[in-house]
Design a protein around this ligand. Structure first.
Ligand SMILES: Nc1ncnc2c1ncn2[C@@H]1O[C@H](COP(=O)(O)OP(=O)(O)OP(=O)(O)O)[C@@H](O)[C@H]1O
Length: 280
């Protein structure tokens, strides 16, 4: 049953089939990770070099083989340096997909006794900040664990309130720079540093605040609320996509919808789901 089966002259076993399948999945995941970033072009350049190296080696061009061979021998090290951001993201996404992370994520992000997450204070605070052209960046934890990003800022672990959000993002507040992270129905941290997106397709009109929101949403399933300091526009970011210039009602609806969708995907159990369901 599990023995090799011949394809013309090749012996192709189940292990080979699994091998090819795993490599395909791995390459596809890598492509998804690099898609839309400049790293994809660098990766294609490196692959082209490798193919050229194989060709010149096969044809016996000694000098060129030697030169390209030198290049290839440092290629692995150079790739690790060049792609350190992408490798980190890849490992993060692998970790994110494991059951262990889900358990860990729930432990940090969704404690059993969590108060209902009301989107009202966030929407009201965003509206108020928008009217005053005060920038804001708020990340909502879903299944992905954001504790590593929370650790880059100042721990708060406070009850959610519109007043607290307004105080944090007030331009004179020492906490206003960076992002607020929300998890388990609480404001966990402020002044957090998020990864900046390298996607060249991000419109030039969007500043660093939006790029940071996009960056986080590319590598986690977090939903990020952004208020632009320049235009006062309110936006929501998820899966690397920005929904710009939202009206207050749209913001409330979309935020409720996305947070609920995230919870259903995370499949929290009965009481936990009821306890953490978003409410207006
Ligand atoms: N990596 C980051 N992580 C978290 N916050 C960031 C990051 N980079 C920038 N910010 C936030 O964005 C603010 C500055 O961004 P920038 O000046 O580009 O915003 P802006 O011009 O108001 O644009 P936007 O319209 O996106 O708000 C910083 O003061 C900081 O609060």
């Amino acid at each position: 049953m599990s023995g090799p089966f011949p394809i013309n002259f090749l012996q192709f076993g189940w292990i080979d089939a699994a091998d090819v399948l795993l490599v395909t999945v791995l390459l596809y995941q890598l492509y998804k990770l690099l898609r839309g970033s400049v790293a994809l072009n660098v990766a294609l350049g490196l692959v082209s070099f490798y193919l050229l190296y194989l060709v010149v080696k096969a044809t016996g061009m000694e000098l060129l083989t030697k030169i390209l061979g030198q290049f290839m021998s440092v290629g692995v090290l150079a790739s690790i340096i060049l792609f350190q951001q992408e490798i980190r993201r890849f490992l993060l996404s692998v970790g994110k997909a494991t059951a262990l992370e889900r358990v860990r994520g729930w432990g940090w992000g969704r404690p059993a006794e969590v108060a209902p997450l009301a989107v009202g204070p966030f929407v009201e605070a965003a509206k108020s900040l928008s009217n005053k052209f005060t920038g804001a960046l708020i990340c909502f934890t879903q299944a992905s664990d954001l504790s590593a990003f929370a650790e880059s800022g100042d721990r708060i672990d406070a009850e959610i309130s519109k007043r607290l959000l307004l105080s944090i993002f007030n331009k004179t507040s020492p906490l206003h720079d960076g992002a607020v992270i929300v998890a388990g129905g609480r404001i966990k941290a402020a002044r957090c540093i998020l990864p900046i997106s390298e996607n060249p397709d991000v419109p030039a009109s969007l500043g660093l605040r939006h790029r940071a929101a996009i960056g986080l949403s590319e590598i986690t399933d977090a939903v990020v609320l952004v208020v632009s300091e320049e235009t006062g526009a309110m936006s929501l970011v998820r899966h690397g996509e920005v929904h710009r210039d939202l009206a207050t009602a749209e913001l409330r609806t979309l935020l409720n919808e996305w947070l609920l969708a995230g919870q259903q995907q995370g499949r929290p159990t009965g009481a936990e789901a009821a306890a953490s369901a978003p409410v207006p």
